[in-house]
Design a protein around this ligand. Structure first.
Ligand SMILES: Cc1cc2nc3c(=O)[nH]c(=O)nc-3n(C[C@H](O)[C@H](O)[C@H](O)COP(=O)(O)OP(=O)(O)OC[C@H]3O[C@@H](n4cnc5c(N)ncnc54)[C@H](O)[C@@H]3O)c2cc1C
Length: 276
């Protein structure tokens, strides 16, 4: 029986979110919180592996109390158990501190039921770093398999997994020992509508909630803002591209105008070349 732990995060829906024009930061209150879309695929893949090989799927998240909603979404998809790690001590965590807290939670989950596989999304849609999965793998001292787009086999008895890793120009087939960690691409599967019994179970489901005191032997200097060496020096929205010029007149006039523009640009380029 496989025990798969999927790491999930609740994120603001970045398709809707507004930016605060004064601070250039996200106005998180302006958008509903959703399960990170990549993590929905991670949970779906975990559930498919459970159906294929037999086993149990646990999901874990570090976040504020409302993240319970994201855990319930995972129960809808077919996860068996959810763990919410929440405490003021985790506030202000960067990816390093986040991966430490999640690792401690996975180690605690594994005390009750050893973990064969950890599955993460490729990245989140708000942080976008893709660092937490490999960070957790490093701390657990297990191989990280990133950009996984297909799971060929997970063989617990013989202790290996085979996956396809997406590359720019195709894919590579990789075999790893178990336990290991996958970070999955969206194309790995399609998340179907949840069956009614799952939805009913999810609506009533309350996850296990752990504070920092529940995580046992933990170095508090590695948590939250204290454990976060990342400094966000500046955040700004990308410059909007300027609108192009519409060429008007007859075809000849348009070609002449285009030639003028190109000559002008070439001239600018020559001046720049001369300067350097
Ligand atoms: C200095 C600093 C301070 C910050 N302070 C805050 C803050 O106060 N509040 C805040 O919300 N964010 C804060 N952040 C953002 C925070 O670092 C990221 O949200 C977090 O570390 C995850 O990184 P990411 O979103 O890039 O995840 P990625 O690395 O892109 O995520 C990859 C995968 O890792 C897993 N994962 C990621 N995050 C979690 C999680 N929390 N629980 C379980 N699994 C997860 C998921 O499977 C996800 O698909 C801060 C960042 C910095 C640099």
């Amino acid at each position: 029986m496989l025990h798969i732990v999927a790491c999930i995060k609740q994120v603001p829906d970045t398709k809707i979110i507004k930016m605060n024009p004064k601070t250039n930061t996200m106005d998180r209150a302006s958008a509903p919180a959703i399960l990170n879309p990549y993590d929905a695929h991670a949970v779906e893949e975990a559930v498919r592996l459970k159906q294929r090989y037999g086993g149990v799927v646990s999901v874990v998240t570090m976040g504020p109390p409302p993240a319970v909603k994201a855990i319930r979404k995972c129960i809808e998809i077919g996860a068996d158990a959810g763990y919410l790690v929440t405490d003021r001590a985790f506030a202000g965590a960067d990816t390093l501190a986040t991966s430490y807290a999640i690792t401690k939670a996975i180690e605690k989950i594994a005390e009750e039921h050893p973990v064969d596989l950890v599955i993460c999304g490729k990245m989140t849609i708000d942080g976008d770093t893709g660092q937490v999965g490999p960070g957790v793998a490093r701390r657990l001292d297990i191989p990280p398999l990133t950009n996984v787009k297909k799971v060929v086999e997970v063989n617990k008895e013989q202790g290996y997994a085979i996956v396809h890793r997406k590359l720019e120009d195709g894919h590579e087939v990789v075999q790893s020992t178990l336990p290991c960690l996958f970070s999955v691409e969206k194309e790995i599967n399609e998340v179907p509508y949840s069956p009614l019994p799952n939805m009913l179970r999810a609506a009533r489901y309350n996850p296990v909630v752990w504070s920092v005191n529940d995580l046992g032997d933990i170095d508090r200097t590695l948590l939250g803002l204290k454990g976060s060496p990342t400094i966000v020096a500046k955040v700004w929205p990308p410059e909007k591209p300027k609108g192009g010029e519409m060429l008007e007149g007859t075809a000849t006039e348009q070609v002449e105008r285009l030639m003028d523009i190109l000559r002008e640009k070439q001239g600018l380029f020559r001046v720049k070349e001369g300067q350097s």
